[in-house]
Design a protein around this ligand. Structure first.
Ligand code: NAP
Length: 329
């Protein structure tokens, strides 16, 4: 392949996983405010699936796929001093749709690029962006969680949930987590959840309430609100905070439980972060990596030409998640 060429996943029409094809294209040159990253690993997030299916925002086709990745800086425009060629970095969202992050090289705005310390592999770096920044923003900003508070991570065995368990445990909160398989339950226990539950258990709600001595949870991070919001509203503590991170349908619930407890429920979308929040959570993430309490768990790696298989695996995650799925160019 010519030196100024690269390969990237392209989507020319929205639809099934097979609409993603690996194609050759010109390697782009970064404009001011951007850098060109040589991708070593790209994170596969559920939102990538929603985008490819046409269920999330509107896009100009053809387009690249993905936003989270890790690699090394390949090119910086004149006057860019924050990064230099060869720096190890990870990115979170924002990759220019021209390349996406499922690519050998990606154009990324500097705001979305962070230094990647040597202690983490490139695959771990690709697992940081959306999962860890979401978990940090939910705990720090949306729930304002404090040491010693009880935190239920409802759906803890996936990428966001494991990140939340590690962070909340490092911040000395009492962490409770749920998973759907024995392997998942072991994984979340190993990653900071002191008390674990199977979210498919028919006594799930009672088990949760009993574990808090009837008081309920100060904070609930919810990955599947359509399944669990009704339970969350019942098992949240007085003045508790429920943060809706994921939902895939309609929920049935009795809001009256919220009133007596003066509990709050908030939805989040990482992309709505203000510049100030973005800097705060980005700084905290880099601190967590350096202090050793951020340790991304990789479930499966797929080669870039198997992006379709990686997307299928991400959606099968709702039945035995064990961390993060990444693509390797
Ligand atoms: P993931 O890695 O696929 O994990 C999915 C999690 O959901 C697993 O822990 C899975 O557990 C769990 N789950 C399955 N059935 C459940 C149930 N009945 N009750 C509770 N949890 C259940 O996905 P992710 O990357 O962690 O993302 C999680 C969700 O958050 C997705 O819906 C995603 O779209 C959303 N999200 C939103 C934002 C935002 O800004 N709002 C950001 C990131 C992610 P088992 O497999 O062990 O059953």
């Amino acid at each position: 392949m010519a030196a100024n060429k690269m390969k990237a996943i392209k989507v020319s029409k929205l639809g099934s996983p097979e609409v993603m094809t690996l194609e050759e294209m010109d390697r782009p040159v970064p404009k001011p405010g951007q850098v060109l990253v040589k991708i070593k690993a790209a994170g596969v997030n559920p939102v990538d699936v929603y985008v490819r299916e046409g269920h999330f925002g509107s896009y100009t086709l053809p387009m690249g796929m993905g936003g989270d990745a890790a690699g090394v800086i390949a090119e910086v425009p004149a006057g860019e001093s924050r990064f230099k060629v060869g720096d190890r970095v990870f990115t979170c969202e924002g990759a220019d749709p021209l390349t996406g992050a499922y690519a050998e090289y990606a154009l990324v705005p500097v705001r979305n690029v962070f230094p990647l310390p040597d202690v983490l592999s490139f695959s771990q770096g690709a697992a940081l962006g959306i999962p860890y920044l979401t978990a940090l923003r939910c705990l720090m900003i949306k729930a304002n969680a404090k040491p010693n508070e009880t935190v239920l991570v409802h759906g803890a065995s996936g990428a966001v949930g494991l990140a939340a368990c590690q962070i909340a445990s490092a911040w000395k909160m009492q962490v409770f987590g749920t998973a759907g398989t024995e392997e998942g339950l072991k994984l979340i226990r190993d990653n900071g959840a002191a008390t674990v539950f199977d979210h498919h258990d028919k006594n799930h709600k009672k088990n949760l309430m009993d574990a808090t001595g009837g008081k309920g949870f100060d904070v609930i991070l919810e990955m599947l609100a359509n399944e669990n919001l009704g339970t969350d509203i019942e098992v949240v503590a007085e003045f508790g905070r429920i943060v809706i991170i994921g939902s895939r349908g309609e929920a049935k619930c009795s809001p009256v439980y919220m009133m007596g407890k003066e509990a709050m429920c908030v939805g989040v979308l990482l992309m709505k972060s203000t510049d100030e929040e973005w800097k705060r959570i980005g700084d905290e993430l880099v601190k967590g990596i350096n202090e050793g309490w951020v340790r991304p768990i990789i479930d499966q790696e797929f080669p870039l030409n198997q992006a379709a298989e990686a997307h299928k695996a991400v959606m099968q995650h709702t039945g035995g998640s064990k961390g993060k799925i990444v693509l390797i160019p």
